[in-house]
Design a protein around this ligand. Structure first.
Ligand SMILES: *Cc1c(COP(=O)(O)O)cnc(C)c1O
Length: 424
C-alpha cells in the first residue's frame, strides 16, 4: 500500500490537468501511459501493465512493433501529405491490398477516411446514393440497422446506432433509419423495395461482444439482394484478422456490397476505409464525398505495413488459435463470477454473473492488467494479434486474481445488509 501513497503526487497532477483541460465527454482517464512495447504498457510511475485491450482492438501488432515504427518513420521522412488532388504509391498499394484481402476483386473500390465513424459516414452516403431516385429506379428512403449495434458518434453514424440512450441528447437524428431485432424474421418483416441498405455489425462489440446469430449474414445477403438493398457490414472492430478471418463476413462466405474498416488496420495509426464491391462501386461520382487527410501517405504506408506483417507472420491464424486457447483457459478459471465467454478469435467478451464489470476493470488495473467493460456485466478482451503462451498465461493469472478481488468485495458487501449488492 505504500506504493499507492508515493504515487499520489504524480497521479494527482495529471488527473488535475485532465480534469481541467479535457472536454468532459467521457469518464475520468484511468491511467497516464507513457510507453508501450508488445503487449506491455508503462505508466508515468514506471509500473508495467499487460495490455489485453489493445486500444480497443487497434494495436494489432502490439505497441512499438519494429514494422510499424519503421513504416511510420520511413514515410514521415519521405512524404506525409499532398491532398486528394493527387495520388501516392502507398495509397494505391493499400487500396489494392484491401481489395485483395476482402475479395472485392477487380470491380471493388476503396474510399479512405481517418476513423471508423468517417468510414461509416461514407457508407451512409453510399446508401443514400443507392436510395436516390433515378430514371431507372424509384427512391429508397429507408435504411435498416440493428438494435444495440454501434456505428460511431458523429451525427450520421449516431443515427445508425441503435442505442436510444446515446441518441437522446442529440435529437433530432438524421432521418430514415429504422432499428430491427437481430433475427432473420425481423429482417424479412421489415425489408421491402424501398430499403436502400441494411447496416450490420457482425459482432456487436460495444453491446458486450455479441455475435450475430449463426447464418444471419447469409440470410441477410439473400434478403437484401432479393429487394435490391445494399448489405453494408461494419468491420471496424472485427476486421484486420481479429476474429480469425481477415474480415468477419468471410466466416459465412458471403459477398457484401460494402464493408467499413478502421481500428486494427492502422495498428495505432488513425485510418478508416470504405470498401465497395461490384455495382455499389459505381455510386460515388466526383464531388459527392471527400476528406483532406483521407488516405494520406503516412496513414496508408503504415496500414500497408501493418497488414503486410499480419499476413507474413500468420497473425490471422494466430488470432483464431489463440482465441480458442484463451477461451479454454478462461473456462478453467474457478470463479463464480464468470458466466461464459462470447465472441470469436481475439475479440472476446467474458460475461459476468453480476454487474461488476466496472469494479473488475479497476481491480485488474490494480493487478497490472488492462481490459475494458463493454457493459455492466461484460469484460471485453481484444489483445494484440501477436500474443502467445506467455501473454495468455500472464493474463489468466492476473485475471484470476482480479476476479478474486472483486468476488471478495462482493462477499463483504453481501454480509453488510445496508448495501444494495447484498441481493445481487
Ligand atoms: C469503434 C467503432 C466505430 C467507430 O470508430 P471510430 O474510429 O471510433 O470513429 C464504428 N463501428 C464499430 C463497429 C466500432 O467498433
Amino acid at each position: 500500500m505504500s506504493g499507492v501513497q508515493e504515487q499520489t503526487t504524480a497521479a494527482t497532477m495529471w488527473q488535475e490537468d485532465a480534469g481541467r483541460d479535457l472536454v468532459r465527454n467521457a469518464g475520468d482517464r484511468m491511467a497516464l501511459f507513457v510507453r508501450g512495447e508488445g503487449s506491455s504498457l508503462w505508466d508515468a510511475d514506471g509500473r508495467r501493465y499487460l495490455d489485453f485491450l489493445g486500444g480497443i482492438a487497434v494495436t494489432s501488432l502490439g505497441h512499438a512493433h519494429p514494422v510499424f515504427v519503421e513504416a511510420v518513420s520511413r514515410q514521415a521522412a519521405t512524404l506525409s501529405h499532398v491532398s486528394n488532388f493527387f495520388a501516392t504509391p502507398p495509397q494505391l498499394a493499400l487500396a489494392a491490398e484491401l481489395k485483395r484481402l476482402s475479395g472485392a476483386a477487380d470491380t471493388g473500390r476503396v474510399y479512405f477516411a481517418n476513423s471508423g465513424a468517417e468510414a461509416n459516414e461514407a457508407a451512409f452516403k453510399l446508401a443514400r446514393l443507392h436510395g436516390a431516385a433515378t430514371d431507372a429506379r424509384a427512391a429508397r428512403p429507408r435504411i435498416l440497422a440493428l438494435k444495440d449495434a454501434f456505428h460511431g458518434r458523429t451525427m450520421g453514424t449516431l443515427a445508425l446506432t441503435g442505442k436510444p440512450y446515446m441518441q437522446a441528447p442529440f435529437l433530432p437524428m438524421v432521418p430514415g433509419v429504422e432499428f430491427l431485432d437481430s433475427t432473420v424474421e425481423a429482417l424479412e418483416a421489415a425489408m421491402d423495395d424501398d430499403v436502400a441498405a441494411l447496416f450490420v455489425e457482425p459482432i456487436k462489440g460495444e453491446a458486450g461482444v455479441v455475435p450475430l446469430p449463426e447464418g444471419y449474414l447469409t440470410a441477410a445477403r439473400e434478403i437484401t439482394a432479393r429487394h435490391g438493398a445494399l448489405l453494408i457490414v461494419d468491420e471496424i472492430q472485427t476486421g484486420a484478422g481479429r476474429t480469425g478471418a481477415w474480415f468477419a463476413f468471410q466466416h459465412e462466405d458471403i459477398v457484401p456490397d460494402a464493408i467499413t474498416v478502421a481500428k486494427g488496420i492502422g495498428g495505432g495509426f488513425p485510418i478508416g476505409a470504405l470498401i465497395t464491391f461490384g455495382a455499389a462501386s459505381d455510386l460515388f461520382y466526383p464531388g459527392t464525398h471527400g476528406s483532406t487527410f483521407g488516405g494520406n501517405p503516412l496513414a496508408t504506408a503504415t496500414s500497408l505495413a501493418v497488414l503486410g506483417e499480419i499476413d507474413r507472420a500468420g497473425l490471422v491464424a494466430n488470432a483464431a488459435v489463440r482465441g480458442e486457447q484463451l477461451r479454454a483457459a478462461i473456462a478453467q478459471i474457478d470463479s463464480a463470477l464468470i458466466e461464459g465467454c462470447r465472441g470469436r478469435g481475439l475479440l472476446l467478451g467474458v460475461a459476468l454473473r453480476h454487474p461488476v464489470a466496472g469494479a473488475l476493470v479497476a481491480a485488474a488495473q490494480q493487478h497490472g492488467l488492462i481490459v475494458n467493460a463493454a457493459n455492466d456485466s461484460t469484460i471485453r478482451i481484444a489483445p494484440a494479434l501477436t500474443i502467445g503462451d506467455v501473454e495468455i498465461d500472464e493474463f489468466i493469472d492476473l485475471f484470476t486474481r482480479s476476479l478474486a478481488t472483486v468476488a471478495d468485495a462482493l462477499v463483504l458487501d453481501a454480509s453488510d445488509p445496508s448495501t444494495p449488492e447484498a441481493s445481487a
